[in-house]
Design a protein around this ligand. Sequence first.
Ligand SMILES: Nc1ncnc2c1ncn2[C@@H]1O[C@H](COP(=O)(O)OP(=O)(O)O)[C@@H](O)[C@H]1O
Ligand SMILES: [Mg+2]
Length: 362
Amino acid sequence: MPPASGPDVLPPAAPAAPGGSPSPAGPQASPPLLQVTDLVKHFPVRGGVLNRVQGKVHAVNGVSLSVRKGETLGIVGESGCGKSTLGKLILRLIEPTSGSIRFDGQELTGLGHSQMMPLRRRMQIIFQDPYSSLNPRMTVRQILAEAIAHHGIIVTDDYAGELERYIDQLLQRVGLRPEAKHKFPHEFSGGQRQRIGIARALAVKPEFLVADEPVSALDVSIQAQVLNLLMDLKDEFGLTLVFISHDLKVIEHFCDRVLVMYLGHVVEQVPCMDLHQRALHPYTRALLGANPIDDPAERRPLTVLQGDVPSPYDLPTGCPFAGRCPLVTDRCRTEMPPFTARRPDQSVACWAVPENAGPTPA
Ligand SMILES: Nc1ncnc2c1ncn2[C@@H]1O[C@H](COP(=O)(O)OP(=O)(O)O)[C@@H](O)[C@H]1O
Ligand SMILES: [Mg+2]
């Protein structure tokens, strides 16, 4: 793995970024910027000699969520639970099977290409592996210039001069030296490439960012640097963020609130502050490495997730987590638990969690 820093990486204190606005008063005070209701995505599975549809992968199964302006919402779950599919649906990079996506009050489903264009500028994505999303034949300058031109970010008589200044500023803001713009993506380390991916997203001055496992492919030593950069940029640009990760510890530190996904379903929604005390769903607790709260056999060893996630091709009836749950009962195997509020700021889908879980822990 290439080193974390190199000739192209600047020390942490970098000059101010172009554009952007200060963070809003606070997520609590803001209306939802994004509202998703009953979102479903089924992928057809084809096979046989005639390549007929033989079934479907239930990647996202009726997810509802909202994100307030300035908020960072985490989405966590094991591999294959539908996190990336949900992220792509939100940005309409793929079409939903059904459901609604409202961004800043506007329904996105059904919008045509030209109607989506201005919204695409406002909603950007950072991928896990920026290498596969950066054109290997283009220099960093060309990659950034393309995005800037596509969305008409620079409007001035001195376009060429302003473009160079803007690209230099952007690169400096993500911690890269301006000279880096003349290089190709393969000439950078993983962490540096992710900085380029972030610069490309920021280049079009978005308000909303989906970060899909942005540090999962990076060395542990570099993960913190990139996370800190994202956190600084979020405040500086007043961004609203959906942060996807399989690692609840990262989410806990980075996000205001988390949605816990299992097999395309949201099983818990909970604020990240004091997550260990607050988490109610046995799956969330297992991800935290904690025992389930209502476990009568409290002396049992720490919950370690047993077994595999069932295939989303062949979904079980009842609760999707039943096959691995330490608190499973017969009802769980036959009836899907409803997703209901247990505290004012917390909802859970689980038969074992009491209807009123009491006041939020101090
Ligand atoms: N284009 C696709 N065609 C068919 N199945 C897909 C496609 N994209 C994702 N899937 C399936 O949908 C499920 C959820 O995938 P994904 O959203 O990538 O999960 P995660 O990001 O949580 O790992 C997986 O079973 C995956 O194999
Ligand atoms: Mg993914």
